[in-house]
Design a binder for this molecule. Structure first.
Ligand code: MN
Length: 334
């Protein structure tokens, strides 16, 4: 059943607008990764930086890659976060500095906990499936767990809630008693919901959580009749922020639709997010960057080599000229 938080660092602030239900549609921005891969970035955005501990949401594809290299991300470091790899079509070959060497396929969860430091590469295998479609998500680690030892989990058998018109796969957390084995460090939930054409169903939620939805196909209508009614169909490329205080959602779909539901206890700590690092101060981020640059120049360091990857690791970008400052979960009103 659901995990009720007792963590004093993660609390709902009574004056926070997100304590109650809202309908806030946030548009994605298109970001080019590497040579050519385009992704829709839904978090962080100008208006909202986090949903629970979810601090980064990229949705990519479906892309036709039959005669293309597909995803080719060279070894790069992370600290202070978990990466969640979720595929809707195709596959991704994950290697990391712990020695993990696995292919992640649709329906399987790749969960990498960076903690104090890890490096990994992500590639479409050769040969690969003709289409690539998925989501790359990050979860911020709370202060008391953010320097934990790195680990990688590959869960091939996730709990599924199957009912008339709906199939929901629980990536992380718990829905209606179906709990993912993925290890998390704050109360949160991640669900892949598939609705059949004509579906009109309900999904229970944790009232303590804030939630958001991104559509990966179709145009689901989402809301709660008792609270605010159904929002118009949510198209691909937008994030619907739902706020908190909801015990359930009504889900309707005229055509087959699929979306990811992300939620969690509002994250009270302020973060510094830069490149692939999540920290608390600009100095800490600069130290991580220096350590990575020293490692790729041949030195020892906290991240480690990604064995089996052929090619050079990524070089960190230059730090911005202005200091990196911690920021909260919502846009700062000044
Ligand atoms: Mn990464």
């Amino acid at each position: 059943m659901s995990n009720v938080t007792t963590d004093p660092t993660v609390t709902v602030c009574a004056s926070d607008a997100s304590a109650g239900p809202v309908h806030e549609v946030l548009r994605s921005k298109t970001v080019t990764l590497g040579e050519s891969t385009q992704v829709r970035r839904l978090l962080p955005s100008l208006d909202r930086r986090m949903v629970g501990a979810w601090c980064f949401v990229d949705h990519y594809g479906p892309d036709e890659i039959a005669r293309a290299p597909g995803m080719q991300v060279a070894p790069h470091p992370h600290i202070g976060l978990q990466t969640v790899s979720w595929l809707l079509d195709g596959e991704v070959h994950h290697r990391d500095s712990l020695g993990s060497d696995v292919v992640i396929r649709p329906g399987e969860l790749g969960l990498m906990t960076a903690g104090q430091g890890i490096a990994h590469s992500e590639q479409s295998p050769d040969p690969h499936a003709p289409y690539l479609h998925g989501a790359q998500l990050w979860v911020a680690l709370p202060d008391e767990h953010r320097t934990t030892a790195p680990r990688f989990e590959h869960h091939r058998d996730l709990p599924v809630l199957d009912g008339p018109g709906m199939r929901a796969t629980v990536l992380l957390g718990d829905v209606d008693g179906a709990r993912s084995a993925g290890r998390v460090h704050t109360p949160l939930v991640g669900v892949d919901v598939e609705l059949a054409a004509g579906a009109d169903v309900r999904l229970p939620l944790e009232a303590d959580f804030e939630h958001a939805v991104l559509t990966v196909s179709g145009s689901p209508e989402i809301g709660d009749d008792a609270v605010d009614g159904l929002a118009p169909g949510l198209d691909v490329g937008a994030l619907l922020y739902l706020g908190g205080g909801r015990r359930e959602l009504r889900l309707r779909a005229e055509t087959a639709s699929r979306f990811l539901l992300l939620g969690g206890t509002p994250f009270a700590e302020e973060l510094v997010m830069w490149w692939n690092f999540v920290g608390r101060t600009g100095e800490e981020i600069a130290e991580a960057r220096t350590a990575w640059q020293a490692e790729i120049a041949g030195g020892d360091g906290p991240f480690g080599a990604v064995r089996g990857y052929e090619g050079d690791p990524l070089t960190a970008p230059e730090l911005p000229p202005t200091p990196l400052r911690p920021r909260g979960r919502a846009a700062r009103k000044t």
